[in-house]
Design a protein around this ligand. Structure first.
Ligand SMILES: O=C(O)CCC(=O)C(=O)O
Length: 275
């Protein structure tokens, strides 16, 4: 079983620098195999009985099957264990150079073999009312995936100073948002214009990206499943910030004074330093 010391030893200064400069980094072998088993078990349970945010993103006639779910930690013990006791908080503390790390929320992205529906290019942070540079998303694949199928990130996009209007994948509908938020560029329509980072991944690897990094993922043309967990982490400078638009319903109960940290320990447990 890997300890925090083992995990931290696998994250070099170059990784921390790449995360800061590029907005994303792949880390090899930082998730112990037993966590992958736990995530797979949790995934099957969620697919069998999704919670209220479970959504089929592919259309009924689309090839394959693309499913997403959020907030599983509220009802799914395996997903909660991975989020709170797994390596995410440790990785976030290191990559964000943060004294403290809180768990924010989790998600699941399952693409069965032959799925054509892609995950549109988007930034995560505009989907939720949180601002700060020290926000990290951990994408944990449960299956090996080639670089064309794994999560991809536009290098340096977290530093563009631009926020894009959130879009619902299944309908391709943008949410109602203030026009100060632009439409996310269609990176695939003009691939030469963007420096897209992509990495092949094996179970045990993760891709960590900053909350404002523009990212997306293709469908799954391979013959194997492509299951990935998403966990989001808040560092020292993350604060509540009301968004000028309708968010997905997930955050309707979240209400703090603008600019203050999210201090509810039961909703957003402090995972680093470990208790
Ligand atoms: O796994 C995917 O297809 C997309 C993941 C994603 O967009 C995310 O983790 O925010």
């Amino acid at each position: 079983m890997m300890t925090d010391t083992d995990i931290l030893a696998r994250i070099g200064e170059a990784d921390v620098a790449a995360f800061g400069d590029d907005g994303a980094v792949r880390l090899r072998g930082v998730v112990d195999p037993h966590w992958i088993d736990i995530l797979k078990t949790g995934t099957e349970k969620v697919l069998a009985a999704p919670g209220k945010y479970g959504r089929t993103q592919s259309k009924p006639d689309d090839p394959g099957f693309f499913f997403t779910e959020y907030f599983m930690c509220d009802y799914q013990p395996e997903m909660r264990r991975y989020a709170l006791d797994g390596p995410g908080g440790t990785i976030a503390a290191r990559l964000l150079r943060s004294e403290r790390v809180r768990f924010f929320y989790d998600g699941l992205f399952v693409k069965e073999p032959g799925t054509e529906r892609r995950s549109d290019w988007h930034q995560d942070q505009p989907y939720y009312p949180v601002e700060g540079r020290q926000v990290m998303v951990l994408w944990t694949p449960m299956d090996a995936a080639p670089a064309e199928v794994a999560l991809q990130v536009v290098r340096g996009s977290h530093l563009w100073g631009k926020a894009f209007t959130p879009v619902i994948f299944s309908t391709e509908q943008a949410l109602e948002f203030d026009e100060s938020y632009g439409e996310a560029p269609d990176v695939d329509a003009d691939p030469d214009a963007y420096d897209v980072l992509s990495w092949d991944v094996e179970p045990g690897d993760v891709i960590a990206f900053q909350g404002m990094a523009l990212h997306g993922a293709a469908g799954n043309p391979t013959g194997g499943r492509r299951r990935a967990s998403q966990t989001t982490w808040l560092g020292d400078d993350a604060v509540f910030a009301r968004r000028p638009g309708t968010l997905e319903p997930h955050f309707e109960d979240l209400d703090y004074p603008d600019g203050t940290p999210l201090t509810d320990d039961s909703a957003f447990p402090m995972v680093w330093p470990r208790a």
